[in-house]
Design a protein around this ligand. Structure first.
Ligand code: PHE
Length: 330
């Protein structure tokens, strides 16, 4: 019996213990054969033997029970240890993104004009001379072309210098009345603190029956729009020149940083130049074959808005892809 007892004591797993239990208590096991022996004995000898066998039986029952409990316990602890989660480890958390200031500003402008029932139009980034210049009353060799020097391709097509060609495309493909905006990227060969070779504009165009749209409408819509974007600012219209509008104006708002007192951002003028606009030049309507209509147009640079609204001092930093900049706008 000792070897079995030793084996049980040294047993290391439950399966093995079960095998030993069968060896001890099973039908063909140790006690089965002991009880068979009992049949061959008589009298006192039988009583003594039976008592001894029972005593051994109790011993084994207890031994198996303790061992089983011990092994089950150990298995459970091992399983717990194996499944344990180290809550001090860094998680696999992916960062939350943020809209680029240019895109969020663009969205704000678009939302405003869409709420006023403007449709959103689109046009190609690679334009031809007709849509980008000619039809906008900028004939070849016109000195105003200097304002918008551009990147040309060998076949004469060019990267659009403004979103105004979309005015032409929309008027050529639709009948008046028109009430559209066009957001998109534009290109000019400039690079400094406030210029990048690619930037974004939003164009606006409203055309209706002659006399139905005036400069006064343009003024009021832009004033409301600028107050919506910048809060309680003063708005002023300054006479200016664009070949495709007549009369033309540049629009300023009172400096949002110094409230008109004069600072570095407004170059001590108290005003920030913010967009260009005007009533549509008759030559533009002629180029698209529109008759008996009047209209107004405006164009604004999104980056300029974004820099002012988000306090970004260097325009170039908007396009460097530095996450530290983006993370500030979550
Ligand atoms: N296209 C002009 C520019 O890029 C802006 C503008 C648009 C001015 C519409 C007047 C009317 O500077």
């Amino acid at each position: 019996m000792e070897p079995l007892e030793k084996e049980i004591q040294e047993c290391e797993n439950i399966k093995e213990l079960e095998r030993l239990r069968i060896e001890v208590f099973g039908k063909k096991g140790y006690f089965a054969s002991e009880f068979t022996k009992l049949k061959t004995l008589e009298g006192d000898e039988k009583i003594a033997f039976a008592a001894k066998v029972n005593e051994t039986k109790e011993k084994f029952t207890a031994l198996l029970k303790t061992k089983k409990e011990f092994l089950e316990n150990r298995e459970a602890t091992d399983a717990l240890k194996k499944d344990a989660v180290d809550i001090s480890l860094y998680g696999n958390i992916s960062g939350v993104g943020a809209l680029h200031p240019v895109m969020s500003t663009m969205d704000r402008v678009i939302e405003y004009f869409v709420s006023l029932n403007f449709s959103i139009e689109d046009g190609p980034l690679v334009e031809d001379d007709f849509h980008n210049f000619e039809a906008l009353n900028l004939p070849k060799f016109h000195p105003a072309r200097d304002m918008q020097d551009t990147f040309y391709f060998k076949d004469g097509s060019l990267l659009r210098t403004h979103t105004s060609p979309v005015q032409i495309r929309t008027m050529l493909s639709q009948k008046p009345p028109i009430r559209m905006i066009c957001p998109g990227s534009v290109f000019r060969p400039d690079l400094d603190l406030t210029h990048t070779p690619m930037f974004h504009q939003i164009e606006g165009l409203v055309v209706d029956k002659k006399g139905a749209v005036s400069f006064a409408n343009l003024k009021s819509i832009l004033e409301e729009f600028l107050k919506h974007m910048f809060g309680d600012v003063a708005v002023r219209f300054r006479p200016s020149f664009f070949p495709f509008t007549e009369p033309s104006a540049e629009v300023d708002i009172s400096c949002i940083f110094c409230h008109g007192k004069g600072c570095r951002v407004c170059k001590n003028t108290g005003w920030l130049e913010i967009l260009g606009c005007g009533t549509v030049d008759p030559n533009v309507f002629k180029a698209v074959g529109y008759k008996n209509v009047s209209g107004y147009a405006f164009g604004l640079g999104i980056e300029r808005f974004a820099m002012l609204l988000c306090g970004v001092p260097d325009l170039r930093s908007l396009f460097e892809g530095d996450l530290r900049l983006l993370e500030q706008f979550k």
